[in-house]
Design a protein around this ligand. Structure first.
Ligand SMILES: NC(=O)c1ccc[n+]([C@@H]2O[C@H](COP(=O)([O-])OP(=O)(O)OC[C@H]3O[C@@H](n4cnc5c(N)ncnc54)[C@H](OP(=O)(O)O)[C@@H]3O)[C@@H](O)[C@H]2O)c1
Length: 401
C-alpha cells in the first residue's frame, strides 16, 4: 500500500569509524518497503552496545542491510510492501532491524515486526526487540534455562542484564548477577536478582558457590569473556551451560578446559544480527507467545535509563561508553515526541492508543493500569522515566497518607 511520504528524512549516519562525534545528523531519502517488508514512521529507536561497535568500525552491517546504525525501533506502520499482510498503515509496532533505526523512517521485514505490547509506551517498546530477542534465544533456547535452576548473568545493569534478570525470574529461576557499583547492585536486587555481586571487590565464583551450597549455577550468560571464561567454567554446576554473547574483555582466552569434560558442560554462543529473516521471525514468534503476555501484564518491563533526541545520538553513545546507565538508552524523533504529548502524531489512524490523561503512559481506550504503574514505581523502575520528564510521581491515595 503506497503512502504520501516526504522525499527525505532526518537520519544519523556514521561519517567514518571513530568516537561518538562521527555520528552525524543528515538528510537522506526515505526508504521504501520491498516485498514482504513494512515501512515504519519511527517514534523511538533503542541504542545498543553493538551500535557502538559498529560506530568504531568493528561490527559492519550484514550484506543488504542499511548502513545507518540502529537495530530496533517502535513507531507506526505507514506503508506495506507486496505480500506483507499482517500489519496495516496505522498499526503501532516495534521491530528488530539489521540496521537503519537511527532515522525518522525505517524498513523492516514483516516477520521481525511485532505489535507494541499493550500498556507500553513507544519509548519502552523501542527498547524491547534487540535485548528481549537476544535474551530469549540465548538464555532459554541455547542455555535451556528451566524453572528451579540457577542463573548468573554478567553486567546485570545493562540493557541485556536488566532484561535477563526479569525474564529468568519470571520463568522461575534463581538469579545472580555481577555489577560495577553499589547503585547498580541495589537496582538489580530490586529488579529480581537474589544477589548482585560487586565484580570489582568480590569474587563471583566464590559468591555463587556459597549461595548454591557449593554446587554452582546451571546457566551463565556472559558478555565479558577474557579471564571470565575460565571463572565461568568454575562457577558452573555439573551439566551447566555457558552462553557467550560478547567479548568486552577479549575473545583470545586461556582457560583450563578440562572442566568442560569433567563437569560435562556445554559452551555455546550466538549473534542475532547476521541471522536470516526466517530465523529472526521464528524468534519473534516465540517471544510474542512467551514474553508479550509478561510485558502486557507488567510482570516484566524494559528499564529506560534516559531518552535523547534523534540528533543527540552522539551524546547517547557517550553515556553508553561511560557505563553510567542502568537499562536502556532511547532516541526519540519529533514524531515520537508529538505522540507522547498527544499532539498531531497521536491521531495517526489511531490503532495506536492515546495515553491515559492521568498517568500519561497507558492506553486510555481500555482500563488504565495506573495501579500497575504504582507497583512498578515502588520497585524503582519508573525512576528513569521520571528523569526524562515523562512521568510524575503518582499521588498516594488518601488512605495511605
Ligand atoms: N550476541 C548478540 O546477539 C548480542 C546482542 C545484543 C547485545 N550483545 C552484547 O551484549 C552486551 C550488552 O549489551 P547492552 O546493549 O545491554 O550494553 P550495555 O548496556 O552497555 O552493557 C555493557 C555491560 O557490560 C558490563 N561490564 C563491563 N565489564 C564488566 C565486567 N568486568 N564484569 C561484569 N560486567 C561488566 C557493564 O557493567 P558495569 O557498568 O557495571 O561495569 C555493562 O552493564 C554487549 O557487549 C553487546 O555487544 C550481544
Amino acid at each position: 500500500m503506497q503512502a504520501d511520504l516526504p522525499e527525505t528524512m532526518l537520519a544519523v549516519r556514521i561519517r567514518e569509524p571513530g568516537g561518538p562525534e562521527v555520528l552525524e545528523p543528515v538528510r537522506v531519502p526515505v526508504p521504501r518497503p520491498g516485498p514482504g517488508e513494512v515501512l515504519i514512521r519511527v517514534a523511538a529507536a533503542g541504542v545498543n552496545r553493538p551500535d557502538v561497535l559498529q560506530r568504531r568500525g568493528g561490527y559492519p552491517p550484514p550484506p543488504g542491510a542499511s548502513e545507518l546504525p540502529g537495530l530496533e525501533v517502535a513507531g507506526v506502520v505507514v506503508e506495506t510492501g507486496e505480500g506483507a499482510s499482517r500489519f496495516r498503515p496505522g498499526d503501532a509496532v516495534c521491530a528488530l532491524l539489521a540496521g537503519g533505526g537511527y532515522a525518522e523512517y525505517a524498513v523492516a521485514p514483516e516477520p521481525q515486526v511485532l505489535p507494541v505490547p499493550r500498556g507500553l509506551s513507544m519509548i519502552e517498546a523501542a527498547a524491547v526487540p534487540e535485548t528481549f530477542f537476544t535474551v530469549w534465544t540465548n538464555v532459554f533456547e541455547r542455555g535451556r534455562l528451566q524453572a528451579g535452576e540457577s542463573f548468573l548473568v554478567h553486567g546485570g545493569s545493562s540493557g541485556i542484564g536488566t532484561t535477563a534478570i526479569q525474564l529468568a525470574r519470571a520463568f522461575g529461576a534463581r538469579v545472580f548477577t555481577t555489577v560495577g557499583n553499589e547503585e547498580k547492585k541495589r537496582f538489580c536486587e530490586e529488579l529480581g536478582a537474589e544477589r548482585a555481586i560487586l565484580y570489582r571487590s568480590e569474587d563471583f565464583v566464590a559468591v555463587v558457590k556459597e549461595l548454591t551450597g557449593g554446587r554452582g549455577v546451571d546457566v551463565v550468560l556472559d558478555m565479558v569473556g577474557g579471564d571470565y571464561v575460565s571463572r565461568n567454567l568454575e562457577a558452573l554446576a555439573l551439566e551447566g551451560r555457558l552462553v557467550q554473547i560478547a567479548w568486552l574483555k577479549g575473545s583470545k582466552v586461556s582457560a583450563d578446559f578440562a572442566r568442560l569434560m569433567v563437569k560435562r558442560l556445554w559452551w555455546t554462543g550466538s549473534t542475532l544480527r547476521p541471522r536470516s529473516v526466517e530465523e529472526k521471525g521464528r524468534i519473534a514468534r516465540a517471544v510474542e507467545e512467551q514474553v508479550w503476555p509478561l510485558l502486557e501484564s507488567g510482570r516484566v518491563r524494559p528499564v529506560i535509563h534516559r531518552t535523547f533526541r534523534l540528533e543527540e545520538a552522539a551524546e547517547a553513545h557517550r553515556v553508553m561508553e561511560a557505563s553510567v546507565h542502568i537499562g536502556k538508552l532511547v532516541l526519540v524523533t519529533d514524531f515520537g515526541r508529538s505522540m507522547a504529548e498527544g499532539g498531531a502524531g497521536a491521531s495517526v489512524r489511531a490503532r495506536w492508543r492515546r495515553w491515559c490523561r492521568r498517568c500519561r503512559r497507558h492506553g486510555a481506550g481500555r482500563a488504565c493500569a495506573c495501579s500497575d504503574r504504582r507497583r512498578w514505581w515502588r520497585r524503582g523502575l519508573a525512576g528513569a522515566a521520571r528523569q526524562s520528564g515523562r512521568l510524575r510521581r503518582p499521588r498516594r491515595p488518601a488512605r495511605e497518607r
